[in-house]
Design a protein around this ligand. Structure first.
Ligand code: IMP
Length: 427
């Protein structure tokens, strides 16, 4: 048996969807354990593109059990839309299971998200506006609505009534925006509950049982390490824990059950939203990467900020997540460049800093230290064996592995399942 946790090693959008989809083939179960529909995973199967926000990409295979764990936050309306769009395209969604302990994103969470961003002015986080932060705030404040409450016709009216009374006061009196009508909301969400009830159960039992049976389980992280609430570039982070440890907490299994952790990193780096980004490129090279890599958000359509591969971030990610391998994605995007840079450390107050700084003040003052490598002009998207890559590409990859301190186990050279080179045993 083998359990693999796949996480984003940068600021999200590393191309995890494709790698998950690829690894899902050998797994019996695929599990989402944190975040919500702020994520956007694009998967291309037989030239058909699927954009998934909440449902694990394992759903695109027949007979894989797909789990949405207790560590996630679920917008029922969005989930139902996603289910419908999959069914409309012939995908069977019967194998989805949702944790009864997952928290529900209510429309007041989105309104609070928007009002809060607005009130912050130039201090805003640049959230996806999906209500993620406010939903996790309610979870921590112990006033959230869980899936178990939503699907319980006796419990939900009571839970909603007390939550809404508080939220309406917050919206109208503090933020000065409109509140919600209890009866309308109750009716709308009872409708969603009706459709989702059949999917809701205790997923900890399911996941543990599958592991005990000796089957392969893939845990699919959303966002990335640098967006983690504890370990990311706080406060410019999401409100969940995209790191590997959260696979246990977010599904209800123990740490001894995890066999392998794979970190997904682009051959360069991107970030959406506000916050520090030491290797960001503001010049033509940044524009080139954005254009070649189609670097626009799957969820919000926002242009992504682009920069050189940052090995300080990669080493940090390796430490925080206990990475076994790196999966380098979108290597083909760099084809055509004369030279490529790798950031190997930061310069801070005249000294070389090899570890990612803890304080936001220090990070703001850091300057990247670069190594420069020759690029390659060849189109590498049709290459299927490592040996067939141009020498300059191999040299770049080898150096990425060396400076990150983690071997490169998977290489992505295009969006399709087939455009993947496997270097290491994955399960
Ligand atoms: P939130 O998760 O919507 O609260 O947004 C908080 C921060 O995380 C913002 O900078 C978002 O742009 C970023 N973020 C959230 N989800 C993703 C993602 O899936 N990919 C990349 N960035 C994300």
């Amino acid at each position: 048996m083998s359990t693999v946790v796949l996480i984003g090693a940068q600021w999200g959008d590393e191309g995890k969807g494709k790698v998950t989809d690829f690894l899902a083939e050998k797994a019996q179960m695929v599990v989402r354990y944190q975040g919500g529909n702020n994520a956007g995973h694009t998967v291309v199967v037989d030239d058909r593109e699927f954009k998934l926000h909440l449902i694990p990409s394992g759903i695109l295979y027949e007979n894989k059990v797909c789990i949405i764990g207790n560590g996630t936050v679920i917008d029922p309306k969005v989930l139902l839309e996603e289910l419908k769009s999959l069914r409309d395209r012939g995908v069977n969604t019967d194998n989805l299971r949702i944790s009864s302990k997952a928290h529900v994103i209510m429309p007041y969470h989105q309104r609070i998200d928007a009002a809060d961003e607005e009130s912050k002015g130039n201090q805003k986080i640049g959230t996806t506006g999906r209500g993620i932060g406010p939903a996790y705030m309610d979870k921590s404040a112990r006033v959230g609505v869980r899936m178990a409450d939503l699907v319980d016709d006796e419990e939900f009216p009571k839970v909603l009534e007390s939550a809404l009374a508080q939220k309406n006061r917050l919206l109208t009196e503090y933020y000065g925006v409109e509140g919600f009508d209890y009866k309308e909301l109750l009716q709308e969400y009872q409708g969603y509950a009706q459709e989702l009830r059949g999917y809701v159960e205790d997923v900890s039992v399911l996941v543990s049982g599958t592991i005990e049976e000796g089957r392969n389980v893939l845990f699919e992280g959303a966002q990335g390490t640098m967006l983690d609430l504890d370990h990311g570039t706080y406060p410019f982070v999401t409100s969940s824990h995209p790191v590997a440890a959260s696979a246990c907490l977010g599904t209800g299994i123990g740490p001894t059950k995890i066999d392998k952790v794979i970190g997904v990193a682009k051959a360069y780096i991107t970030r959406v939203g506000e916050g520090p980004f030491p290797t960001e490129l503001f010049d033509e090279t940044g524009k080139f990467i954005r254009k070649q890599g189609h670097e626009f958000g799957t969820t919000t359509g926002r242009p992504r900020r682009c920069g050189w591969f940052d090995a300080v971030v990669a080493r940090y990610s390796a430490r925080i997540n206990g990475l076994d391998y790196l999966s380098i994605t979108k290597l083909d995007v760099l084809s055509g460049m004369d030279t490529i840079k790798i950031c190997t450390g930061y310069k801070y107050k005249g000294e070389v800093m090899n570890e990612f700084p803890e304080s936001r003040k220090a990070l703001a003052a850091c300057e990247p230290i670069y190594e420069e490598y020759p690029g390659w002009k060849e189109d590498i998207s049709a290459v299927r064996k490592y040996e067939d890559l141009p020498d300059t590409t191999k040299r770049y990859l080898e150096r990425l592995g060396e400076v990150s301190g983690v071997p490169v186990g998977i290489i992505g050279i295009g969006p399709k399942r087939s455009q993947t080179i496997i270097m290491e045993k994955l399960y």
